[in-house]
Design a protein around this ligand. Sequence first.
Ligand SMILES: [Zn+2]
Length: 460
Amino acid sequence: MKTMIIDPGHGGVDPGARYKGYEEKTLNLNLALKVRDYLQNRYDVKILMTRSDNKTLSLEERSDYANRTSADFFLSIHHNAGGGRGFESYTFNGSVSSETLDYQKVIHDAFIKRLKKNYRTVIDRGQKRANFHVLRETKMPSLLVEVLFIDNDADLAVLTNPSFNNDAAAFLAEGVAAALSLPEKQSEASLYKVIAGSFKDKENAEKRLEFLKKNKFEGFIDSEVVNGTTFYRVQVGAFSERANAENLVDDLKRVNVEAFITGGESKEAPVPLPTEPAKEDGVTILGESLLYGAQLDEFVRSINPSAPLLGDDYIKFGSEYGIRGDIAFCQAIHETDFFRFTGQVRPSQNNFAGIGTTGPGVDGASFKTPEDGVLAHIQHLYAYASKEKAPSSYSVIDPRFSLVSRGSAKNWTDLNGKWAVPGTTYGQSILSVYGRNLKHALQQLEKQQKDIQGALDLLS
Ligand SMILES: [Zn+2]
């Protein structure tokens, strides 16, 4: 396994650049930790940190530490200041290995391309060389990135966008993964796949798929070579729990298709996660919404001004089904990336919860109107959270309602590995969006409270 070192610049008594109360050392550390987590969750790589808290470290301590390891790569993360704007990366301006320059090119290009696509004001300052200590004194290929200027207001607006840290970490990490050719963590094997037919003749597989589609089953064709013969397998689902796969096999019997289950191996090797203290009681899916529709819409539009206004629909249908519609809305934000639809689902599908997107090439369900999309989302949650019959006020339009193992998720975190696979932090991500929404609403209320007090003062 490859090893890399992440070096968050500055720290402790050395704040680095400062502007309007922001300190570079903190931005560096926050981004570095996100890059570490992103890589560790998705790739087979060992990551060492020169610092993972706010401690003081000299440049020598950083390079000495690196040189005591046999790491394959050293990445120093900084934010820029001092007149200018944009992103730049540095390698040592003396003699360096060809790998060093390759890594710079791959990481720089991968990062800036994605960053500019998502944050249009960002500028590329280019791939540079300089005589920086941590580049000169480290034995392994090393790169230093300057992620935007904290003292430039246009750059600072990007840096303080609530999505930026996650996005930038993902973009940087993907660049690193590509440069170092990091192998992806194997999670596929742990899934229970439902195979509705395996054929030597591809045409027969296509006919089967066609038949299944007519009967409202989503699937795709996968090929597998057994003893030199290629088999075309029609896969209609992949689940982390065997019971869900068995339910689907039963459903297929009703249309006279004999399906079988494969996979589910290496269940004992889950994706390692930073351990969090277990909480006694989680946040339940069933319950009353705390926020109003307008507070949901206002939050989502503070990040994506062209997001559709769905807050009221989530609250309304949520209360019909006894589901916390405000948190369901945050799940939709998580699934659709603030309704920017940067994933597999297209906006025209009105599928805000990724219903039926079970694998590559499977677009999932579509709904006629955004309102229907919200209703189906709430119904899908109801299937997970309750064993009761669905309320009769609406017909069930969630095409996968009957495929859910009923009542199998009490809390949002119980959706991990069920709604999203492997999805070991799926529920936590939803609750993290919800936390941000709550904070946003609180800030608005505090502002309103001040305004009201001001108006009252004028009257008295
Ligand atoms: Zn710096």
